[in-house]
Design a protein around this ligand. Structure first.
Ligand code: F6P
Length: 357
């Protein structure tokens, strides 16, 4: 007999449901009795005791379903130790709900911030398993997060669609790709979609180099240029600013996006027609791609194995295509970023792609 709790926290992504299904299938196939409690809207449900008992029926037909059947919310890690507006100690409240339900383990699906709170709960003595989800693929200790490949597909589709219209109108296009502070999604979608220029936060761009790359294409008779720009991309000048100065500067933009400033600058210098496309949250929506269904099922099944073995305190990730349990304390708080020295960057540059550096 096992009693487990589950919650999904942070921005949603594809294959969250598939991962939960993997855990429950793995457990129910090997146990006579299983009780699963699903907390609503991430840590909020755990804090305020908002949960429901889930049966195998709840996990039927959800392999292909995007979003999360439990709901999600963002509960910033830095606020976890701060009492709520009614003076409630959130960490204590979460522990009490865990103990009240006599849980054997809490399975937490989330990204970086979620992982930090998961580790905090582990330090507080709860049995925790973390499953790494995010379209940003920025979680340390795993080669891949589920959600990432599905988002790559969507962002790539967006760039594919832009290709035909950009070519017809001889325009410069910026496709702004999600990814928060890292460039994995932009890098992969940019290469897959055949973008000409890829700008990511890890490689601050020089506007002169960006314009040079556009003009080089024009001179070569290519009427259009596509830039895949990460939402977190930053110019060399801005990279020198302090956090406070940067925040101040961003106040001037009605939509806090690098793309608009970049577009203005390109227009000023080249006079070419330029358009911006922002696929935005479509990148987190829809059904998970087959890769993510397989990855999340594998991670879910391996999480079930850990629970069956009473082996807690891990993130279940994938390294060199092998599922790996990684101690939460070793990874929580670390961000996995693209390195300018990564092979993939060198290969892209070899093909003539510009990173604006
Ligand atoms: O972390 C996933 C992500 O989609 C990021 O790529 C993006 O910056 C952020 O979430 C958007 O968050 P929200 O849904 O809160 O606007």
């Amino acid at each position: 007999m096992k009693r487990i709790g589950m919650l999904t926290s942070g921005g949603d992504c594809q294959a969250l449901n598939a991962a939960m299904r993997g855990v429950v299938k793995g457990l129910s196939a090997n146990l006579d009795e299983l009780e699963v409690y699903g907390f609503a809207d991430g840590y909020k449900g755990l804090i305020y005791g908002n949960y429901r008992m889930l049966t195998s029926k709840d996990f039927s037909g959800i392999l292909t379903k995007g979003g999360t059947i439990l709901g999600s919310s963002r509960q910033p890690f830095k606020m976890m130790r701060v009492p709520d507006e009614n003076g409630l100690d959130k960490v204590e409240a979460m522990k009490q709900n865990y103990y009240k339900l006599r849980l054997d383990c809490l399975v937490i699906l989330g990204g970086n911030g979620t992982q930090k709170t998961a580790n905090l709960l582990r330090e507080e003595g709860l049995n925790i398993i973390h499953l790494p989800k995010t379209i940003d693929n920025d979680i340390w200790g795993t080669d891949m997060t589920f959600g990432f490949q599905s988002a790559v597909n969507i962002a790539t589709d967006a760039i594919d669609c832009i290709h035909t219209t950009a070519a017809s109108h001889n325009r410069v296009f910026i496709v702004e790709v999600m990814g928060h502070k890292v460039g994995w999604l932009t890098l992969h979608a940019g290469i897959a979609g055949g973008a000409d220029i890829i700008l990511i936060p890890e490689i601050p761009y020089d506007i002169d180099k960006v314009v040079e790359a556009i003009e080089k294409r024009t001179k070569a008779g290519k009427g259009f240029t596509i830039l895949a720009v990460a939402e977190g991309a930053i110019s060399k000048e801005d990279a020198k600013l302090s956090k406070k100065e940067l925040k101040e500067k961003m106040k001037n933009y009605s939509y806090p996006s690098v793309s608009y400033e970049l577009a203005d600058e390109i227009l000023k210098r080249t006079g070419t027609e330029i358009r911006i496309t922002v696929p935005g949250h479509t990148q987190r929506g829809g059904t998970p791609c087959p890769y993510d269904r397989v990855l999340s099922s594998r991670l879910g099944a391996s999480a079930a194995k850990l629970i069956l073995d009473n082996d807690y305190g891990y993130m279940v990730g994938i390294v060199n295509n092998k599922v790996k349990k990684v101690p939460l304390g070793e990874v929580a708080g670390k961000l996995k970023m693209v390195s300018p020295d990564d092979q993939i960057i060198q290969e892209a540059k070899l093909m003539g792609l510009s990173f604006g550096d």
